[in-house]
Write a protein that binds this ligand. Structure first.
Ligand SMILES: Cc1cc2nc3c(=O)[nH]c(=O)nc-3n(C[C@H](O)[C@H](O)[C@H](O)COP(=O)(O)O)c2cc1C
Length: 326
């Protein structure tokens, strides 16, 4: 399949693995890239720019295919060493960066000078237009279904993607709720040039996370995610567990007076507890509604081959047959 996204990134299949905290390590990024998609290392999971440089080198040792690095720009009191991370990306020879969170404008000149293609992930058409206007090469349009931060507009992909298609000139991928060949064909039909998956790639053999997390995803249904931190306007879609129920109880009890400090026990330090130690009630970790469509733990190669096989079958048989004269 050839789309503006496969051409832009030099990949065989229009499938991207979105940055995921404590999941997007070299093993997963390399496995996705080796399978013909675009694997992405999550920059901020590496505690220092030196660690990120080492992770990039580790990934390069595992694949000769293109891979990217995610840079998430979050508001914080003591910001991470973003200049250092950008330097590590440039010196590591990485040519694709997925940005998310705040507008990446400040970093665009350095990234562009280094010949890096930037795909910005955002949850609204207005943010996508802004990203296009500052020179981003592509957009990852993240609908309300998505795992992680869906923003505050709550527009699902059946509306958001065709709206993006109406407005954008740069190519975009559909993100949020994508799992299989049906998702890919639907995304293409709505105007996207490929898809980005987060949650689905966690339930793969190569995802370097605890087996409990993979089994929780297989067991979960589409009804098992919750939105947390809405009162703080920092909404996150997470898999429900005892820690999340505790967090939501605090949100209900404190109402508009809720502060970040009130819920810190349920959100700080949760990722290593969940992803490395498999403590499934530790607190809030991002997970999409797409969990309801995850029924197995294949290799990345098998997953991507299956998706592309299904997509071809749907386009060339199921849909074409509907057009055939009686
Ligand atoms: C466990 C997990 C951690 C994530 N961490 C990040 C992150 O650090 N930065 C980021 O930009 N997106 C992050 N995301 C969002 C994904 O990159 C992707 O946009 C999202 O998962 C797409 O929705 P889906 O889960 O329905 O596929 C995370 C998602 C998950 C499931």
């Amino acid at each position: 399949m050839k789309t503006r996204i496969t051409e832009l990134f030099g990949i065989a299949h229009p499938i991207i693995q979105g940055g995921m905290h404590f999941v997007g390590l070299a093993e997963l990024a390399a496995a996705v890239s080796n399978a013909g998609g675009l694997g992405v290392i999550t920059g901020l999971t590496q505690r220092t720019p030196e660690n990120l440089a080492a992770e990039i080198a580790r990934c390069r040792a595992m694949t000769d295919k293109p891979f990217g690095v995610n840079l998430t720009f979050l508001p914080s009191v003591t910001p991470p060493d973003y200049p250092g991370y950008v330097q590590a990306i440039i010196e590591g020879g990485v040519k694709i960066v997925e940005t998310a969170g705040n507008n990446p404008q400040r970093w665009m000149p350095r990234l562009k000078e280094a010949g890096i293609k930037v795909i910005h992930k955002c949850t609204s058409v207005r943010h996508a237009l802004k990203a296009q206007s500052i020179g981003c090469d592509a957009i990852s349009v993240d609908g309300f279904e998505c795992g992680g931060h869906p923003g505050e507009d709550d527009v699902p992909n059946f509306i958001l993607l065709p709206r993006a298609a109406e407005e954008l000139e740069v190519p975009f991928v559909a993100s949020g709720g994508m799992a299989d060949g049906r998702s890919l064909v639907a995304a293409l039909a709505l105007g996207a040039e490929g898809m980005n998956m987060g949650t689905r790639f966690m339930a793969t053999r190569e995802a370097p996370i605890h087996e409990n997390v993979k089994q929780a995803l297989v067991a979960a249904s589409e009804l098992d995610t919750r939105l947390v931190m809405r009162p703080l306007r920092n909404t996150e879609r997470v898999l429900v567990n005892a820690g999340v129920e505790r967090l939501l109880e605090k949100e209900r009890a404190l109402g508009p007076s809720l502060k970040f400090d009130d819920i810190i026990a349920e959100v700080a330090g949760v990722y290593p507890a969940i992803m490395q130690r498999g403590e499934m009630d530790a607190g809030a970790w991002s997970c999409g509604m797409v969990a309801g469509l995850i029924h197995d733990v294949p290799t990345c190669q098998d997953l991507i081959d299956r998706i592309m096989g299904e997509a071809h079958e749907i386009i060339s048989r199921r849909l074409s047959a509907m057009l055939a004269p009686a």
